[in-house]
Design a protein around this ligand. Structure first.
Ligand SMILES: [Mg+2]
Length: 228
């Protein structure tokens, strides 16, 4: 593996379809609630809502961002509604928790969802003790990934130095901004990367973390010895 992670002190994880496998299809529940919400809010059909949401996903990054800009939709009620789903479909993952806990440095979540929603997901996965620091869309003034200003705000507010950080994501387009800021990028997806801003790709987060852990200099190794 050409990429080295030895300089990484901050590990940033996307939430949906990254910290749980996409096969669980948790997001389907949110999608269903979003289309009903948009349909109700604008008094349009579900099919029209689908069309509008697809358009806003392309132009604005999320349904929420498009609805806020073009329809003055208040974000809080929308977020509460669409995230009111069944989390019991998410199995706990002690193996993933152990791998994340063992990473050297700071570990955090940055999601286009809200912090309370992310905390529900993390609790269901048993990841809430190793990932206590969570940044949601509300911490980026509701500006979504992939917009560079969203990453800039969250990284600045969180005191993250991009040059010492790595971002794990299932959506390739969300890795472009962190890469341009100097971060490393890992795509966790069944789809092979199409862009040159992906440093490492794999289909399974556990396998990727094992692969990365195997390349890290052990504590007490050369790095620790060099100062003595
Ligand atoms: Mg995701």
């Amino acid at each position: 593996m050409p990429a080295s992670f030895d300089h990484i002190t901050t590990w940033v994880f996307d939430l949906d379809n990254t910290l749980y496998p996409p096969q669980i299809r948790l997001f389907d529940q949110i999608e269903a609630r979003m289309r009903r919400y948009v349909s109700r809010f604008l008094d349009i059909s579900l099919a029209q809502a689908d069309e509008l949401r697809a358009q806003y996903w392309k132009s604005h990054g999320t349904t929420l961002a498009g609805m806020m800009e073009h329809h003055a939709m208040p974000p809080d009620a929308f977020m509460d509604d669409v995230h009111n789903i069944d989390f019991s479909v998410l199995p706990p993952d002690p193996e993933l928790a152990a791998l994340i806990s063992a990473l050297p440095g700071r570990k955090l979540v940055y999601t286009n969802g809200s912090r309370p929603y992310a905390q529900n997901v993390l609790a269901a996965r048993g990841l809430h003790t190793c990932l206590t620091e969570v940044y949601g869309i509300e911490h980026a003034d509701f500006i979504p990934k992939p917009r560079p200003d969203a990453f800039a705000k969250v990284f600045t507010d969180a005191g993250i130095s991009a040059e010492a950080a790595v971002m794990f994501e299932d959506e390739e387009r969300n890795l472009q901004a962190p890469k341009s800021m100097g971060a490393m990028t890992v795509l966790v997806s069944p789809n092979a990367p199409t862009a040159d801003y992906v440093d490492l790709h794999g289909t399974d987060l556990i396998a990727l973390l094992q692969q990365i852990a195997a390349t890290l200099s052990p504590p007490g190794g050369d790095r620790a010895m060099s100062g003595t």
